[in-house]
Design a protein around this ligand. Structure first.
Ligand SMILES: C[S@@+](CC[C@H](N)C(=O)[O-])C[C@H]1O[C@@H](n2cnc3c(N)ncnc32)[C@H](O)[C@@H]1O
Length: 275
């Protein structure tokens, strides 16, 4: 097969996936998609994109397995713990300014470790300020495109392996003692789980004081990354904070609106109105 035929077969396959499941494949990096699709092709013993397309028509359950493979959902509580430490003083300032009414969006939340990390960080801030009762005023919108991830976030039951980066004292304070561990009900109450496609839908309920989108934009092509950075800037309240993944860097038009505050931790802040 020539590389032109191979490209054509690949395009036909990604269009089929978009039609069947709404995943806008064009926005993802080709290299990334091809690698993930190849994993499923090997698992099913087929060798060409055409063959795999036919298989999807015959066995629609394969779509679920493919979508699982395409939406990489590795995550952990307090992933890159130093980043969460750097965020602490900002959360304290936010908490005080908003009297607990802090609005957070965890976009691409996978199985929920990230939004529950935010919930723990908010609860800790409230505790240190002696304002525990205000926690119920906070809200964390946890969104993802992947149904299985959303079900896991709603179920909120985590194996011990999910906690290796989280300080033990916080695990003891905010999670059940028995494994699988569950976050305390007051944390579960502030996390709202929603299905949301970053590539085609507006932010669920702006304005947000904090947008956390880590290890997600890396899978998109530059055009989509630039669009998402502007979307995050729009979604933030003036003075709001954006947290990206450790290897993700903001570029494009949003750079004029989001100031880089902590280069190593990828913490940005939207300029205050009129600043
Ligand atoms: C590697 S995980 C990141 C999880 C978490 N943010 C973290 O850093 O630990 C990437 C997540 O992005 C989600 N994702 C991929 N494409 C998406 C899209 N178009 N809209 C929303 N979420 C998407 C995947 O389903 C997956 O759960």
């Amino acid at each position: 097969m020539t590389s032109e035929q191979d490209d054509r077969a690949f395009r036909a396959l990604t269009q089929k996936i978009t039609r069947a499941r709404g995943l806008v494949c064009d926005s993802y990096k080709d290299r990334c998609l091809r690698r993930r699709i190849a994993v499923r092709m090997r698992a099913r013993g087929v060798h060409t994109f055409d063959e795999y397309g036919r298989l999807l028509e015959q066995d629609v359950r394969e779509y679920d397995l493919l979508l699982d493979a395409l939406t990489i959902n590795v995550t952990k509580f307090f992933r890159n713990v130093e980043t969460w430490r750097a965020l602490e003083p900002r959360l304290t300032a936010l908490w005080t300014a908003r009297h607990g009414e802090v609005r957070v969006w965890s976009a691409g939340c996978a199985s929920g470790e990230e939004p529950y990390t935010v919930a723990v960080a908010l609860a800790e801030t409230a505790r240190r300020l002696g304002q525990e009762t205000l926690l119920s005023r906070a809200r964390v919108d946890a969104t993802d495109i992947d149904r299985t991830s959303l079900e896991r976030t709603r179920a909120a039951q985590y194996p011990e392996a999910a906690f290796t980066e989280m300080p033990r004292e916080l695990v003891r304070r905010y999670f059940s003692a028995e494994v699988p561990r569950r976050p305390l009900p007051e944390l579960q109450r502030i996390v709202r789980v929603l299905k949301h496609d970053l590539t085609s839908e507006p932010p669920p309920a702006p304005p947000y004081d904090l947008v956390v989108c880590r290890n997600v934009v890396i899978y998109f092509d530059r055009r989509m990354q630039e669009r998402l950075f502007s979307l995050f800037a729009d979604a933030l309240a003036p003075g709001g904070v954006l947290l990206l993944g450790k290897v993700e860097t903001l570029f494009g038009a949003a750079r004029a609106r989001l100031v880089l505050e902590e280069p190593r931790e990828r913490i940005y802040r939207r300029a205050e109105a009129g600043a």
